[in-house]
Design a protein around this ligand. Structure first.
Ligand code: XIL
Length: 489
């Protein structure tokens, strides 16, 4: 799709006014973030004025995760896959919120060299082009891996496999030379106990295959950062010890390695307590560290308690990275629960990411946002008396400056069946007044505010959510409302 294609701008006039008001807010609330990222959502996306429910128009007032990370000398990215590149609500978020992208599948061997000597870069090139159009850096993933390997590789005679592996790397890394910042050169080469995984490469080439892969990658693209990438190496243990020993010996021998990727496919409540310390010991070897595939899965369905734990866990991971200067960035393994690999691989688990299925920002998003230095936000949630047939409104202040503020209300359908309309109400406190509202239709009576769904976001599937945004002004203090109600219908 064209990266500039957007949904119709239903509220263009209101949005223009909002953008004006927000320029002030930006300057006061987040001066250091306004323009600090080379990969932010400025340029084509900076109006941000689309009316999608995902990252609503005025949301450009608040910095993105990419901008916040950039202000700390890091990136915050997402993996993506080709089927989602035509999904506009999805790409609206992907293209604006992140300053880094990892190619989620289509650089894997089975896609890129499906038969011996036949290379197909079509799909991966599309992802790289999307990233370039949105000023995002790209991590290549992955050159040598036992999974998603083309079947023919298993049949290559032992004496030929090193040549086949080198040829693959020379071609693929050569094709992307100068276009990527990081490459996962070898993926998942160790077992949990620290032994080498008995992949076809290990069996037919032997221990040296990893070093040979790194040497071939360096020759093909001298400037890209070369990473070893694995899971369950986030904390100190037998597996991370084995990777540590390998990196140490590579450094001693002059084998080119620049970084270690910790995938961080984590389980709710189980962020390893030694994560910061472990990142630090790798950094002390003279390599960078990246959190490359972060997701934190839970038993579904999610609920407020699990969401809060997950937010805590995300915060812990971000803080562990920020604590070590050589931890260069964090990538989530896709960003929306509707597009995560988890449910298909871990039955009964999911909800592992920072946006829900409808691109509503979850508590985990706000935890990352805050850990990256975003303006603290305040939340109040009120569930209507409708209980499981009702809806829940979550009110947040997403940015605040002298005299003004921006708010966002997420509306969640409590029931498992579709609802066709909703109304959210709250009461302003003395000194507050409501400005423009987007993705909802507001009426006010004195201090009472009532926001009804817009024509396009009233229908919410089972447990689905949407959000609307607004700007307001304030004097005195700017508390969140004591009571926010959500009514279906
Ligand atoms: C996953 C993809 O997300 C899925 O779409 C695919 O079916 C399987 O692979 N570790 C990795 C990633 O290094 O490449 C994996 O990605 C997830 C685990």
């Amino acid at each position: 799709m064209s990266p500039t294609s957007r949904r119709p701008r239903l509220y263009a006039a209101a949005v223009a006014a909002v953008a004006g008001a927000l320029a002030v807010g930006m300057a006061v609330a987040a001066p250091s973030n306004a323009d600090s990222s080379g990969a932010d959502s400025s340029g084509a996306d900076s109006s941000g004025a689309d009316s999608s429910g995902a990252d609503s128009s005025g949301a450009d007032a608040a910095p993105t995760l990419g901008q916040l990370a950039a202000a700390k000398g890091r990136y915050f990215g997402s993996a993506t896959d080709n089927p989602t590149l035509t999904n506009v609500p999805y790409t609206d978020v992907l293209g604006s919120e992140f300053n880094q992208i990892t190619v989620g599948n289509t650089q894997k061997w089975q896609y890129i060299e499906p038969s011996r000597g036949q290379f197909d870069y079509t799909q991966a090139d599309q992802i790289v082009a999307f990233a370039q159009a949105h000023n995002q850096t790209v991590r290549g993933h992955t050159l040598v891996w036992h999974n998603q390997l083309a079947g023919w590789v298993n049949d290559v005679p032992a004496g030929e496999l090193l040549g086949v592996m080198r040829n693959h790397i020379t071609n693929v890394a050569g094709h992307y030379k100068g276009k990527l910042v990081h490459w996962d050169v070898v993926n998942e080469a160790f077992e949990e106990n620290g032994a080498r995984r008995q992949s076809v490469f290990q069996q037919k080439i032997g221990d040296s295959y990893i070093a040979e892969a790194f040497k071939a990658a360096r020759a093909a693209d001298p400037n890209v950062k070369l990473y070893y990438n694995d899971y369950n190496i986030e904390g100190i243990g037998a597996k991370s010890d084995a990777v540590y020993d390998m990196v140490k010996s590579f450094k001693q021998q002059g084998i080119p390695i620049d970084g270690v990727g910790m995938q961080a496919h984590l389980i709710l409540g189980q962020v390893p307590s030694t994560m910061r310390q472990n990142i630090q010991r790798f950094a002390d070897l003279g390599v960078d560290v990246a959190i490359t595939e972060l997701d934190i899965r839970m038993q579904v369905p999610r609920d407020a308690t699990k969401d809060a734990q997950q937010a805590n866990d995300y915060r812990t991971v971000v803080n562990a990275c920020l604590a070590v200067s050589r931890c260069v960035g964090i990538t989530v393994w896709d960003f929306s629960d509707g597009y995560s690999w988890i449910p298909s691989v871990f039955p009964g688990e999911g909800a592992a990411l920072i946006y829900d299925e409808n691109f509503g920002k979850k508590p985990s998003y706000w935890a990352v946002y805050e850990a990256l230095g975003g303006t603290p936000t305040t939340t109040t949630t009120t569930t209507t008396t409708g209980g499981t047939t009702g809806c829940t409104a979550t009110y947040k202040v997403t940015g605040q400056w002298n005299g003004g503020f921006q708010g966002e209300v997420t509306v969640r359908n409590n029931s498992s069946s579709t609802i066709s309309g909703w109304t959210v109400k709250w009461t302003l406190v003395a000194g507050q007044s409501l400005g423009n509202v987007w993705n909802g239709v507001a009426t006010t009576s004195g201090r009472d505010v009532s926001v009804r769904n817009a024509s396009y976001n009233g229908s919410l599937g089972g447990n689905g959510s949407t959000s609307f945004g607004f700007v307001g002004s304030w004097t005195g203090s700017n508390p969140v409302p004591a009571n926010v109600t959500c009514t279906v219908g």
